[in-house]
Design a protein around this ligand. Structure first.
Ligand code: GDP
Ligand code: K
Ligand code: MG
Length: 299
């Protein structure tokens, strides 16, 4: 390790769907956080690690979005996000490429003004706009907050991500390695597997249901001497009608979710996966702290 090795914590904040999870996955070069075009895809704080033996180690915290809470799960998610701001060394704020700074952004600015942590603004998804417009967006944001840096980028197309890493290192303090070189996340395999199933369900289902689902792993076991893992998992939803939709005609929807999830698990775990899925109804679990704890959303 070098004398001038840097290390620290970086939180990625921003409104739902701006690309926070996508950015984190592409920065560390591995898909850990699930992504989808639906808001509130990310519920817990997920930690990932980027190590460059020459420069340092960045620990990223992918947080749920900062927004107005509607139920206990919402409150929990907002708490996790706002709490993180003062604990980290650098804040990455992701925004859509636009000059419009609305109520959601104003709410975030209010939170940012409470901390002394340097804020790097990432104007994401610049692959979707004309190059000439980017300066206007930078200008609009420069006026509303004193950013340490402003970087236009595309998380999805991996444009300008080297610059993102460079500016993060610029603001990180000198420090030790927190994790060994191979570590990419603090998430246990079981949690990642559950999240993969939740992602495939989000992708396959209509807008109404996904907010109300949780996934837990009943069993995850490697068959001795064989390159195969048996995984039993349960998708929890809030209504009987939702259960019907998740299962689908003749089980077709559940089959689709299962085979998409299995494909990705096999790539992640580098083994064959035998996945069995169940669906259960737990009415209003998002308003029950006890049930939330059960599904891994701990205060
Ligand atoms: P999060 O809610 O902020 O974590 O957002 P996600 O990472 O889940 O991404 C939301 C959606 O935006 C997904 O469909 C992504 O594929 C898409 N997305 C993320 N980054 C980019 C980008 O740089 N360009 C484009 N075109 N789409 C992006
Ligand atoms: K999302
Ligand atoms: Mg996310």
């Amino acid at each position: 390790m070098k004398d001038n090795f840097k290390s620290g914590f970086v939180t990625i904040i921003g409104r739902p769907n701006v690309g926070k999870s996508t950015l984190m996955n592409h920065l560390i070069g591995q898909k850990i956080a699930i992504t989808s075009n639906k808001p509130q895809t990310t519920r817990n704080r997920i930690q990932t690690v980027y190590t460059d033996m020459e420069r340092g180690q960045i620990v990223f915290l992918d947080t749920p979005g900062i927004h107005q809470a509607k139920n206990k799960l919402g409150e929990y998610m907002v708490n996790v996000a706002e709490h993180t701001l003062s604990e980290v060394d650098v804040i990455l704020w992701l925004v859509e490429p636009s000059t419009f700074i609305g109520a959601g952004e104003q709410h975030i600015i209010k939170q940012l003004k409470k901390t002394k942590t340097p804020v790097i603004l990432i104007i994401n998804k610049v692959d979707t706009v004309e190059r000439e417009k980017i300066l206007e967006y930078i200008d609009a944001y420069r006026k509303v907050f004193d950013f340490a840096e402003i970087v236009p980028a595309s998380a999805l197309r991996e444009q300008n991500l080297d610059t993102v890493v460079d500016v993060i290192f610029k603001y990180l303090p000198y420090g030790p390695m927190f994790y060994d070189e191979e570590t990419v996340t603090d998430q246990p395999e079981r949690a990642i597997v559950a999240e993969i199933i939740r992602e495939k369900a989000l992708h396959a289902l209509d807008d109404e249901i996904p907010h109300g689902i949780a996934v837990y792993i009943d069993r995850m076991k490697e068959r001795r001497g064989q390159n195969i893992i048996d995984i039993d998992a349960t998708i929890v939803c809030e209504r009987d009608s939702h259960k019907g939709i998740i299962i689908g005609k003749g089980g077709s929807m559940l089959k689709k979710i299962g085979s998409n999830a299995r494909y990705e698990m096999e790539r992640l775990l580098d083994t064959q996966v035998n996945l069995k899925l169940w669906v259960k109804v737990r009415k209003d679990w998002r308003d029950s702290e006890l049930m939330m704890k059960n599904f891994g959303y701990n205060k």
